[in-house]
Design a protein around this ligand. Structure first.
Ligand SMILES: [Zn+2]
Length: 259
């Protein structure tokens, strides 16, 4: 999971390896393990997962260039494989492919951000209705254990985990609701929300308030669809309100204006 160690820390290891690429790949999989076993080639799935996690945990900022050569070196793989990874992430909309310029971490505009929240307001109350109609003990336990993970991350003040788990809570609701199309859509919207938070949030804020997730789960458990839906809408409002999506002049996105 963690590929946070910057590659440059592994300069010494690189000297002992055939190529810098090997050390970088070690760094990508096992940071801090000097003298790790020779790296094996990563699969497309693994690389996509690592790049995606780095984006969603805000280790890679929106607009960051994702050079094919650099990624191929870091993951000790071919450019063809890297292109496959980037195409997949572009399909998930968290990477943008720009002709002649290459791949970049996507940078949703304010308009796109507003569209994402509108879609979530339409979809998530429906997700909760479906979840309540099909709730059983096993599903409730999954929800409780997820809340436990979120609470642990907050207790550790692990910001990366908090951001990731906040998004995953909403995907989990959709998965447990048992509609695969809804779950897939929620996965996309949740990933985009992560990028939007990274772009438009105050640096100190976090995405979802933990107590609000708990209240939603409690209403779901009681079978109170009306209450669960209104809590969800309030929750989405709180997230949207914590962002600077009103595009007042001070917060104008100069990059897109002059692009
Ligand atoms: Zn949330």
């Amino acid at each position: 999971m963690s590929s946070k160690a910057p590659a440059r820390k592994f300069g010494a290891a690189a000297a002992r390896k055939e190529a810098a690429a090997s050390a970088l790949a070690d760094g990508a999989t096992a940071p801090g393990t000097d003298g790790a076993p020779a790296p094996r080639e990563h699969t497309v799935d693994e690389i996509a997962e690592k790049v995606s996690a780095a984006i969603l945990e805000h280790r890679l900022a929106p607009g960051t260039k994702l050079g094919e050569d650099r990624l191929a070196t870091i993951f000790a793989t071919s450019r063809a494989k890297v292109r496959e990874v980037l195409a997949r992430l572009a399909h998930e909309q968290i990477v943008e492919l720009i002709p002649q310029r290459g791949a970049f971490v996507a940078k949703p505009t304010i308009e796109q951000a507003q569209d994402v929240f509108e879609a979530r307001r339409l979809i998530e109350p429906g997700v909760l209705r479906r979840l309540i109609a099909t709730l059983n003990d096993a599903k409730h336990q999954r929800l409780l254990s997820h809340l436990g993970l979120e609470a642990d991350a907050r207790a550790r003040d692990d910001k990366r985990a908090i951001v990731r788990l906040s998004g995953e809570f909403h995907v989990l609701l959709a998965e447990l609701a048992g509609n695969s199309a809804l779950a897939r859509t929620m996965r996309e919207l949740s990933a985009l929300t992560c990028l939007i938070i990274s772009l438009y949030d105050a640096p100190t804020a976090t995405s979802c308030r933990a107590d609000e997730h708990e209240e939603i789960v409690a209403a779901v458990k009681r079978g109170d669809a009306k209450r669960a839906e209104s809590l969800m809408l309030q929750h989405l409002d709180h997230i949207a309100q914590s962002l600077k999506l009103d595009s007042d002049l001070e917060d104008a996105d100069l990059e897109s204006i002059f692009a």
